[in-house]
Design a protein around this ligand. Sequence first.
Ligand code: DLL
Length: 442
Amino acid sequence: MEQRYYQPEIETMPVEELKKLQSEKLVKQVKHVYEHVPYYRNLMDEKGVKPEDIKGIEDISKLPFLTKADLRDAYPYGLLAVPQKDCVRIQSTSGTTGRRVVAFYTQHDVDLWEDCCARAITAVGGTDEDVCQVAYGYGLFTGGPGLNGGSHKVGCLTLPMSSGNTERQIQFMMDLNATILCCTPSYAAYIGESLKEMGYKPEDNKLKAGIFGAEPWTEEMRQSIQNALGIKAYDIYGLTETTGPGVSFECSEQNGMHINEDHFYAEIIDPETGEVLPEGSKGELVFTSLDKEAFPLLRYRTRDICVLSRKPCACGRTHIRMSKPMGRSDDMLIIRGVNVFPSQIETVLLKEGYSPNYQIVLDRVNNNDTFDVNVEMNPDQFSDTVGGLTKQEKALAAAMKTMLGINPTVHLVSPKSIVRSEGKAVRVIDKRKLIDNNQWKG
Ligand code: DLL
């Protein structure tokens, strides 16, 4: 059992004290947004709630929700709660599904965000003796800047690699004896694969831990990365709207991510009705940032589906844990009326001994959904007979049918033919949407 904390007095604070702290911060925060953000004032007035009605954390459900649509409406400055001259940074989402979200930070906000990332690095055993390779993208994406800041705070020697250029990545990793790797899990898998191809064994590198997040990944994927790199692989969660990585992180127990509850208050709601659900229920995660100054979202609906647990954790941290997000409500695919999450396919592949390199292709032919899964073979799975291949494809399709309840068509493709991800992996090509758009006559 490791007991490494970056801010022990906060991370192990008794729950009652934590609630008191949250209450004090919430009362102040609600006043702050009501006074400084007309958009919020309108939302609260519409719901008939005034700052005086919020006397503590138990009153939080009186506040209106905020959604991604609100952020788009208010783009770019509509939710800014401080004068622009007090802001020192923006970060932004990739904006693949509409207008970008731009989040603002004062220096205080950057500091609290970097503290959260420092807690995550310390929790995996990071100290000032470590060499921390940050292979998340730098720039508008929060992954690189967040972990970079956390690594500085811990005092690690920081390698600000950004994502991509995998050969150079590996050269620095080996030459500078990197001990902690931070990147997306899909990029970690790719780095593991590349190391092997370059003739390295897992024990040849000095890495001891990886901090992987920004996309869903399964327990099977964790095992596979741990084996390929010879490390312990830890999850980290966050979103641009709340700060970035470090909203929650895994400790030595690798059993759920502690939410930094002194900064972010978490609720689970029924995504259909908005009703707050009791601890232990599965539902949509909602965050309130309790002490951010520039972009303080109240009751922001993340669309991530997970479960919260306040069961005591052996690491000694008292902060509530969240399960791995089980996909986003908007990432869920509906194929022939059945709900499918890409992570279920990943689980089957890794259990059956395949690589996590796959792509789901959906199309619609004669009003019926087609569901194809391209799966890369490992070189040792390569079967030289057509009959052998067909047999393997059928067996894999049957395993997927058992998991999903519907039958995909599996295509085994040759090693290295599916494009590798250096950031968030693109697992789904849904041509059905393209067809709908093309049919629009306007
Ligand atoms: O992905 C922030 C981040 C960077 C987190 C580096 C962890 C590490 P966005 O680009 O705004 O921010 O995307 C946020 O990514 O709502 C989740 O759906 C998903 N996500 C983030 N972390 C995880 C995770 C960053 N550990 C969205 N597991 C979130 C599953 C995750 N999904």
